[in-house]
Design a protein around this ligand. Structure first.
Ligand SMILES: Nc1nc(O)c(N)c(N[C@@H]2O[C@H](COP(=O)(O)O)[C@@H](O)[C@H]2O)n1
Ligand SMILES: [Zn+2]
Length: 361
C-alpha cells in the first residue's frame, strides 16, 4: 500500500473524508445533514434524543449531544456501530459522485483518521489505533472501483485555464482501462437542475490546433467556447478520440485516400477501419463529477445525442453547430449530413461553396 494519507479536520486536505464534513445523506427517506448526525443519532432508540441530534446545527453539536445522552445509548451499540458507520459512509459516496471521484483519487494510499482522541475509529494519534473509519473508507474505495461510472473513468486533477474567451477551469480525467486521457473545460456555476450548455468535442489536432479548413472541428471548438463564455456558464468535454477514434496517423492515411477521391467514410473503410470508432460511456462519469444531469447540447451529430441519452443525461435542447463552411470542407460536411445523419443545414450561404468545393474529399 502506498504511503498513508492522514485526515482529521473537515477543512484540512482530505477533509472530505471526515464525518464532520457537511455532506448531507438520505437514508430510508430520512435526510441527515452529515454522516456524523446519522451515526450519533443511531446510538439512541428514544425518538426525542434521536431527533435532537438529527436536527443539531452542526456535526460538532450532534457529537456533543450524543456525549450528553451517553447514559441512554442502546445496549447493543457496540455490536451494531460498525455496520451503522459503514452504511453512513457508503451512502455518502453513493450520493455525492464528486466525493467518490476524490476518494478514488487517493488511489492505493492507506487512509487514516489521525485522531489522538479516538483509537477505535481513528489511529489514536500515535498510529496504534484501530483506524476503523479509515478501513471502511478504503473498503468503500474498493467497491467504487468496480461500479459504473467509476470503473470507466477516474478524476485526476484540475487547474485554471485563462483563454481568449474567458477563464475556464480545466479538469483532467483518465480511463483506468487504457490510460486514455480526456479533459473538461468548465465556466461558471450550476445546480443539478440546470440545463447546462455543453459541447461534446472529439479531438481533431488538424482542426483544433492547426486551424485546418479541411473540416469544421476547429470552427466548432472556437464557437463552443465563445457561446459558453457568452452564456456565462457551460462545459466543453474534450474527448481524445482523434479521427473519429482511428487516431491521428490513421486519419492522415484516410486524408491521403480522400486526396485520391474517397469520401470520409470510404477512406476509413478502405483502411479496414469502422466509419466511426468512438465510444462515450465514460462521459457519464465526467458529467457526474461536474454535477451535470441536464444539458443543452452543442452538436449536429445524432450519435452523440444517443450516447448521452444512454448516459442518463437529459438533453433539453440540441443547439446546431454549423460553423466554418468553406470550399475545403464542403464535401466533408455534406458527406457527414448525407451518410452519417448529421443534422446540418448548410443553407444558401454554405451552398455558395458547392461550385468550387475541393474534390479531394
Ligand atoms: N476518420 C476521420 N476522417 C476524416 O476525414 C475526418 N475529417 C475525421 N475527423 C475527425 O472527426 C471527429 C469530429 O467529427 P464529428 O463532427 O464530431 O462527428 C474528430 O475526431 C476529427 O478528428 N476523422
Ligand atoms: Zn476535424
Amino acid at each position: 500500500m502506498d504511503e498513508t494519507i492522514f485526515f482529521y479536520e473537515p477543512d484540512d486536505p482530505y477533509g472530505f473524508l471526515s464525518n464532520f464534513a457537511c455532506y448531507p445523506i438520505v437514508v430510508e427517506e430520512e435526510k441527515w445533514s452529515s454522516t456524523e448526525h446519522y451515526y450519533q443519532a443511531n446510538k439512541f432508540l428514544k425518538s426525542q434524543m434521536r431527533d435532537e441530534i438529527k436536527y443539531a446545527g452542526s456535526p460538532d453539536e450532534a457529537f456533543k449531544l450524543s456525549r450528553h445522552y451517553e447514559k441512554h445509548i442502546r445496549e447493543d451499540w457496540s455490536s451494531v456501530k460498525l455496520e451503522v458507520m459503514k452504511k453512513a459512509i457508503f451512502e455518502k459516496f453513493a450520493q455525492h459522485p464528486k466525493l467518490a471521484f476524490l476518494l478514488l483519487n487517493t488511489e492505493d494510499h492507506e487512509l487514516k483518521e489521525h485522531s489522538h482522541k479516538d483509537a477505535y475509529w481513528g489511529d489514536g494519534g500515535n498510529g496504534k489505533g484501530e483506524n476503523n473509519l479509515g478501513k471502511i473508507l478504503m473498503e468503500a474505495r474498493e467497491f467504487l472501483k468496480e461500479i459504473r461510472p467509476y470503473n470507466l473513468i477516474r478524476y485526476v486533477d484540475s487547474s485554471i485555464l485563462p483563454t481568449e474567451w474567458g477563464t475556464f477551469a480545466l479538469h483532467g480525467f483518465v480511463e483506468p482501462e487504457n490510460q486514455q486521457e480526456h479533459v473538461a473545460l468548465t465556466l461558471g456555476k450550476w445546480t443539478a437542475d440546470s440545463a447546462v450548455l455543453t459541447r461534446l468535442h472529439s479531438e481533431c489536432l488538424t482542426g483544433d490546433a492547426f486551424a485546418s479548413m479541411r473540416c469544421d472541428c476547429g470552427y466548432q471548438l472556437r464557437k463552443s467556447l465563445e457561446l459558453i463564455a457568452k452564456q456565462g456558464s457551460g462545459v466543453l468535454l474534450y474527448l481524445r478520440q482523434e479521427g473519429r477514434g482511428i487516431g491521428l496517423l490513421n486519419k492522415i492515411k484516410a486524408y491521403h485516400l480522400q486526396d485520391d477521391g474517397d469520401d470520409t467514410i470510404e477512406a476509413n473503410l478502405n483502411l479496414g477501419l469502422a466509419a466511426d470508432m468512438r465510444y462515450y460511456d465514460f462521459v457519464e462519469g465526467m458529467l457526474s463529477y461536474l454535477n451535470v444531469k441536464k444539458i443543452r447540447l452543442l452538436t449536429n451529430n445524432p450519435e452523440k445525442i444517443n450516447a448521452l441519452n444512454n448516459c442518463n443525461i437529459e438533453i433539453t435542447e440540441r443547439v446546431p453547430m454549423v460553423e466554418g463552411i468553406n470550399p475545403y470542407n464542403f464535401n466533408y460536411v455534406e458527406t457527414k449530413a448525407m451518410k452519417m445523419g448529421h443534422k446540418i443545414d448548410i443553407g444558401p450561404e454554405g451552398q455558395r461553396f458547392r461550385a468550387n468545393a475541393k474534390t479531394y474529399n
